[in-house]
Ligand binder design. Structure first.
Ligand code: CAA
Length: 287
């Protein structure tokens, strides 16, 4: 498939990442089918796209006409067949659990056109293992965006063991057409590049606080003001979603060993459903 052949993008999962990816694709002129398993989830994602596009227009980063046109290109859907039946590229952004993603690919494979490329926004899971549940591992790769997709420039394009060179090339071109900067990741290892570095950093911060070595405010002052990162470590955790970081760590712990064991503080946040900005409470309060 060539970039010119791509007209319709299906995004599976309308959460933090899914709605942001759908927004970026719609802003670049693609028709977008945004799908989630419940109407309330997909409507929530759609409303977040609307909020974000209007915010960009308010700040003159986009004209109001372009914002309205982008929103019109997004179709919120629950029916999976309708969502993927005419898609050229299917970007999956469902929760970061191997079994959930595998189930989704099983379902999608039944309805997706043969031409469609499958791209997963997984933050850490094996591309090869996910591709293996489909009948098109050569038309499968990682396309990993960062939160919030509309503001973050980088996209990791990750090769699975059987990803074809053509697939990787066209997904890189698509990322560029979305206005992003793709970086090819040749090795399908847990967390790829960014999360292999970033998530343990956030986890180490949680260990320090779990063990009463320091406080959240002290860590965030240090990471933000002294280390020069755009957000404090806990602030970033709330932005990414504590469940996402936790699932990434669980997987890295399982595959790579004890150095990646999630810290008790993070575990407690997940148990209490204090997942960050998206739930109104995480390490900080947002209400
Ligand atoms: N759409 C539109 N506007 C948005 C928005 C969105 N999705 N999200 C935030 N904004 C708006 C806010 O509402 C706020 O608006 P106001 O000024 O009107 O209040 C504004 O943007 C925030 O702007 P700021 O001036 O406070 O911040 P900034 O523009 O300088 O930078 C940022 C914001 C780009 C998010 C920056 O803080 C940053 O780069 N943070 C780090 C993010 C990061 O590292 N993400 C990667 C996480 S790792 C990951 O995602 C991978 C994974 O798999 C786990």
């Amino acid at each position: 498939m060539e970039l010119e052949d791509i007209n319709t993008v299906a995004v599976l999962g309308a959460g933090n990442m899914g709605h942001g990816i759908a927004e970026v694709a719609a802003m670049a002129g693609y028709e977008v089918a945004l799908r989630d398993i419940k109407d309330e989830f997909v409507q929530n994602g759609y409303e977040q796209i609307e909020w974000s596009l209007n915010k960009l227009a308010e700040k003159d980063q986009l004209s109001q006409d372009d914002a309205d046109a982008a929103l019109e290109r997004v179709t919120p859907l629950v029916d999976v067949e309708e969502a993927v039946g005419n898609a050229d590229v299917i970007i999956e952004a469902v929760p970061e659990k191997m079994e959930i993603k595998k189930d989704v690919y099983g379902e999608v494979e039944e309805h997706a056109p043969d031409r469609a490329i499958f791209a997963t926004n997984t933050s850490s899971l094996s591309i090869t293992e996910l591709a293996d549940v489909t009948e098109r591992p050569e038309q499968f790769c990682g396309m990993h965006f960062f939160n919030p997709p509309v503001r973050m420039q980088l996209v990791e394009v990750i090769s699975g063991a059987e990803s074809a060179e053509d697939t990787l090339d066209v997904i890189e071109e698509l990322a560029e057409d979305f206005g992003k900067t793709p970086v090819r990741v040749h090795k399908d290892s847990p967390g790829f590049i960014v999360n292999r570095i970033l998530v343990p950093l956030m986890n180490e911060a949680s260990w320090l606080v779990s063990e009463d070595e320091t406080t959240i405010a002290e860590v965030d002052s240090t990471t933000k003001y002294d280390m020069g990162l755009p957000m404090g470590s806990f602030e970033l955790g709330d932005q990414v979603g504590n469940d996402v970081s936790y699932h990434v760590l669980e997987y890295m712990h399982e595959v790579l060993g004890d150095a990646y064991e999630p810290a008790p503080l993070l575990e407690t946040k997940v148990e209490n459903e204090e997942l960050g900005k998206k739930t109104g409470k995480g390490f900080y309060d947002y209400e």
